[in-house]
Ligand binder design. Structure first.
Ligand code: BTN
Length: 255
C-alpha cells in the first residue's frame, strides 16, 4: 500500500488516489471528470487487470508491480505542444535517473520510443495519451516492475523482463520508489521547458539500441539497419542500405 500523505508531502502532486483494483489507470484518468481538481493528479493501483501498452499491446501488472498514471498540463512546465512528441523519451530518461538513484547495481537505458531496460531486460513501460476533452492535458502512464519478481516466471519471460527487487535481491518500499519517480519526472519536465537540447545529450548516453542492428516496424512496413541514435525531434535514425532513414513512430522488433 502507498503512503499517500507522504507522496503529497514530498512531491509536486496536488491530488492522489490509490485504488484497490482498476482496469487501467490511464483509462481511468482519461474518463475522469477533472473540472474542479488540482493538477498534477496521480492515480495508482494495487491491481490493474486491463493495463494497456502502445498500439494493441497489453500490460501485465503482477502483484508487487507499480502501475500508475499522472494527469498533468505540460504548460505548467512551459512545455509547448510541439514538444509533446518527445515526452515519452523524456519520461523514460526520468525513470532511468530515478532507477539509478534507487539501485547501486544495474545498467538502465531507454529503448525508443517508450521502454526502460535494466541489464538488457524490460523493467518499465510508458504510455502517454492526450486527454480527449481537456486538450491541454496529458496522461502519463508508467508501469514499473518493482517487487513482482520474475524469478518464478517462465524462463522465456525471465530473459525479457526484470524487476527492481531481482536486481537488488531485496524488496523495496514502493512509496519511496514512487516518490523518487515522481520527483525525477518533475525535474526532467522542469529542465525540458527552457532547454530542448539537454535531454537529447542525456538520451545519447542512455540509448539502449544505439550502434545495434535493429528492425523497426512502422506504418510503411519493416526497415532494418544500424541505429545511429535519435535526432532532436525524437526520431530514430537508422543507417540502412539506402542511407540514413528517419523514423518518427514505430516499434523495434529486434534489439
Ligand atoms: C508499453 O509497454 O507499451 C507501455 C506500458 C504502459 C503500462 C502503464 S501501467 C500504468 C498505465 N496504465 C495503463 O493501462 N498503461 C500504463
Amino acid at each position: 500500500m502507498i503512503d499517500l500523505p507522504q507522496l503529497l508531502d514530498q512531491t509536486a502532486i496536488q491530488d492522489a488516489q490509490w485504488l484497490k483494483t482498476v482496469g487501467s489507470t490511464n483509462t481511468y484518468l482519461l474518463n475522469f471528470d477533472c473540472e474542479s481538481i488540482h493538477l498534477p493528479l496521480l492515480v495508482g493501483t494495487e491491481s490493474q487487470n486491463q493495463g494497456r501498452g502502445r498500439g494493441s499491446h497489453q500490460w501485465w501488472s503482477g502483484t508487487g508491480s507499480l502501475p500508475f498514471s499522472i494527469l498533468l498540463a505540460p504548460a505548467h512546465w512551459e512545455i509547448p505542444p510541439t514538444r509533446w512528441p518527445i515526452l515519452s523519451l523524456v519520461t523514460g530518461l526520468a525513470v532511468c535517473r530515478a532507477l539509478k538513484m534507487l539501485s547501486h547495481v544495474g545498467t538502465f537505458q531507454v529503448k525508443w520510443p517508450n521502454d526502460v531496460y535494466a541489464n538488457g531486460r524490460k523493467i518499465c513501460g510508458i504510455l502517454i495519451e492526450a486527454h480527449p476533452v481537456h486538450t491541454d492535458q496529458l496522461v502519463i502512464g508508467i508501469g514499473l516492475n518493482v517487487n513482482n519478481s520474475l524469478a518464478e516466471a517462465p524462463t522465456e519471460l525471465q530473459h525479457k523482463a526484470i524487476a527492481l527487487c531481482d536486481l537488488l535481491g531485496t524488496p523495496l518500499n514502493t512509496t519511496e520508489v514512487l516518490i523518487t519517480l515522481v520527483n525525477s519526472l518533475d525535474e526532467q519536465l522542469r529542465e525540458l521547458g527552457p532547454d530542448s537540447r539537454r535531454w537529447h545529450q542525456e538520451f545519447r548516453q542512455n540509448c539502449y539500441v544505439s550502434g545495434k542492428m535493429i528492425t523497426v516496424r512502422n506504418v510503411s512496413g519493416e526497415v532494418t539497419g544500424t541505429c545511429m541514435g535519435i535526432d532532436e525531434d525524437g526520431a530514430l535514425k537508422l543507417l540502412t542500405e539506402q542511407g540514413v532513414e528517419r523514423i518518427l513512430a514505430g516499434e523495434i522488433l529486434i534489439a
